[in-house]
Ligand binder design. Structure first.
Ligand code: FAD
Length: 326
């Protein structure tokens, strides 16, 4: 029988949030206020960033450990491999697995921008697809030698996410077509789903999905979205990612003096984008929170994507500056 004979399922889009480890001890209580507010929205998972070359290894680990122990959240740990030996990457992976992490976002990461004489590690993991293959191999080895691990792996299989780039990868100079080939290689290495670089229009997302599907990519692709409430952040993100800031909206936000009014206009625009990507077929939405909860939750609520009311406590501080977040 064709798909029309399959039973209908209630389609509830996935909801997920990106967090980054606090850069200072002072930022930690604020982050935890955000974690609790996001937890109340019952996301499918939160993802925790990891600095290129393992820069945030300890702070990422500390945050993930606390998320696993003190919250009901499922954590996906970002992992980068650029500039690191295969042995060191494997060690980090084993440590996270030992702590109970069962999901990773496998990334290459970028070499330091200011190091002109930078060379890849002679025995390194060169691409995200290589990292996916390494993760699958490490898991298979653990399962092969440990019956306890084999049982755990059945109950909680390892899930591997990867990155996708609707406008090509600005950091590497890669075009969208090259990135789709890279996405295909990640799928072939064992990736389960992809999360995109920030998109500001549903068309950018739909364009990537169309190109990826005609190249043979079958895994789900989840669009990454930021709250479109802060014109300064949208401009900084354009510099960082090459994704053009939505010029008309930025102009409108710049012209509004009252911060609450600006927030409302930005929330409306974000809600429209969220509905737009879902209408374009997205299986869910991944919100880059910049460790703040008010913008993400207000936008999700306005888009009708929160099942119940969230903790309406406003962010008490402007959060941290974006860094490793794409
Ligand atoms: P790869 O897939 O290895 O691609 C790197 C380059 O090689 C690309 O130009 C690609 O086109 C090319 N390439 C690789 N394989 C092939 C192939 N088979 N055919 C053709 N071309 C190929 N960075 C951090 O440091 N920490 C983070 O926590 C972090 N989180 C991120 C989260 C998301 C959702 C996204 C989208 C990005 C994130 N980044 C993070 C940034 C990311 O590390 C960089 O964008 C990096 O340049 C690319 O990583 P990748 O995993 O896509 O690498």
């Amino acid at each position: 029988p064709g798909p029309e004979h399959l039973p209908a399922v209630t389609e509830r889009p996935t909801l997920s949030f990106e967090l980054f480890p606090p850069r200072t001890p002072a930022a930690e209580p604020r982050l935890w206020q955000t974690v609790r507010a996001l937890e109340a929205a019952r996301p499918d998972f939160v993802s925790v960033t990891y600095g290129a070359s393992g820069r945030t290894r300890e702070t990422t680990r500390a945050l993930v450990r606390r998320l696993l122990r003190e919250t009901s959240l499922t954590a996906i740990v970002h992992l980068t491999c650029v500039g690191t030996s295969r042995e060191e990457v494997s060690q980090v992976v084993r440590e996270f697995l030992d702590e109970g992490v069962r999901a990773f976002l496998a990334l290459r990461g970028d070499p330091p921008a200011d190091a002109e004489d930078w060379q890849p590690h002679p025995d390194g993991v060169d691409t995200a697809a290589d990292l996916v293959a390494l993760l699958r191999r490490i898991e298979a080895e653990r399962v092969a030698v440990s019956p306890a691990q084999a049982v755990r792996a059945t109950v909680r299989p390892l899930s591997l996410a990867v990155a996708a780039f609707p406008r090509g990868n600005h950091a590497t100079g890669g075009t969208r077509a090259q990135d789709v080939q890279s996405l295909l290689a990640k799928q072939e290495a064992g990736a389960d789903f992809a999360i995109t670089q920030v998109v500001h229009t549903a068309d950018d997302f739909a364009g990537l999905v169309e190109e990826a599907r005609s190249a043979g990519v079958r895994i789900p692709i989840i669009p990454g979205v930021i709250p479109l409430t802060d014109p300064g952040r949208l401009r900084r993100l354009e510099q960082l990612t090459g994704v053009p800031a939505p010029a008309a909206l930025v102009g409108r936000l710049d012209a509004i003096e009252d911060p609450e009014h600006r927030h409302e206009v930005g929330v409306d625009a974000t809600a429209e984008l969220l509905r737009g990507v879902l209408d374009a077929g997205a299986p869910g939405v991944h919100v880059y929170t910049f460790n703040q909860h008010r913008g993400p939750l207000d936008a999700l609520e306005r888009a009708g994507l929160l099942g119940h009311a969230h903790d309406d406590a406003p962010d008490e501080a402007p959060g941290e500056a974006p860094g490793d977040t794409p």
